[in-house]
Write a protein that binds this ligand. Structure first.
Ligand SMILES: [Zn+2]
Length: 250
């Protein structure tokens, strides 16, 4: 069971490495909800995270996430102690903190340029990050950390790139103007037009073969002694030749 979980994680990590350029040390952006769940389930984040992700990690959070834990009082004191130990990344809310969920999502911008993994139990954050391609999600369930499989947005994005649909408008424009400059685009079209015309050629020789006469199905090969088998097949051949219609000139 444990091996299977690790295998799945490995596959998911390679997906992000290959398609979204994730590199070690992996940046793990965390909030209070994740720390709280870790505490409840007796998970040592600092120990478990690098093991599970099979690589070096950088655990971090934001000032807003810390501030939110402070205001939530004693119940989350333990979570706050854990979260405080991690690096605090600069967010845009230095003067007036916003809810942790809002802050974490803002850290991802539109394309997750800092390659954050997000570790959270917060549903608002989870739903929000699934709209952004290339954001790995970590959460805790049944006493273990789980790396979620890539969401649909990420998969769609990768597919679009592979199909060559995702070329920025600027790139598209320069490609077009370059083509026109060199007169490639017109020639291209002409060549393609020619290709589409089908060459007149001789019919497929296979379609010219004489049709086998119906009503004389070839009997299935019987498994018999070797010597006998060859004799029989020869016999059948002879029989077949007699059924071929003879063209006579009259
Ligand atoms: Zn913030």
């Amino acid at each position: 069971m444990k091996i299977k979980r690790q295998k799945k994680a490995k596959k998911t990590i390679s997906f992000y490495k290959y398609n979204f350029n994730f590199r070690q040390p992996f940046q793990i952006l965390m909030d209070g909800t994740f720390c709280q769940a870790a505490l409840k389930n007796k998970i040592q984040i600092k120990e478990q995270m690098p093991k599970y992700l099979m690589g070096e990690v950088q655990l971090c959070t934001t000032n807003c996430a810390l501030k939110e834990l402070e205001t939530l009082g004693n119940e989350l004191y333990g979570a706050k102690i854990i979260l405080q130990k991690f690096q605090v990344r600069k967010c845009a809310h230095f003067k007036s903190p916003v809810p942790a969920s809002e802050c974490l999502l803002s850290m991802l911008e539109e394309t997750n340029p800092h390659h954050y993994f997000v570790a959270t139990q917060d549903r608002v954050v989870t739903a929000g990050l699934k709209k952004i391609p290339g954001v790995p999600l970590l959460y805790i369930i049944l006493n273990t950390i789980v790396l979620d499989k890539p969401c649909q947005t990420s998969q769609d994005y990768v597919q679009a790139v592979q199909l060559g649909e995702l070329v920025s408008p600027a790139q598209q424009q320069s490609i077009c103007s370059l083509k026109e400059e060199q007169g490639i685009s017109q020639r291209d079209r002409e060549r393609r037009g020619k290709k589409r015309k089908r060459k007149q050629s001789n019919p497929n020789p296979l379609s010219c073969l004489k049709k086998k006469k119906k009503g004389v199905p070839t009997p299935p090969l019987k498994k018999t002694e070797e010597g006998e088998k060859t004799k029989r097949s020869r016999h059948r051949k002879r029989k077949d030749t007699t059924t071929v219609p003879v063209v006579t000139n009259t």
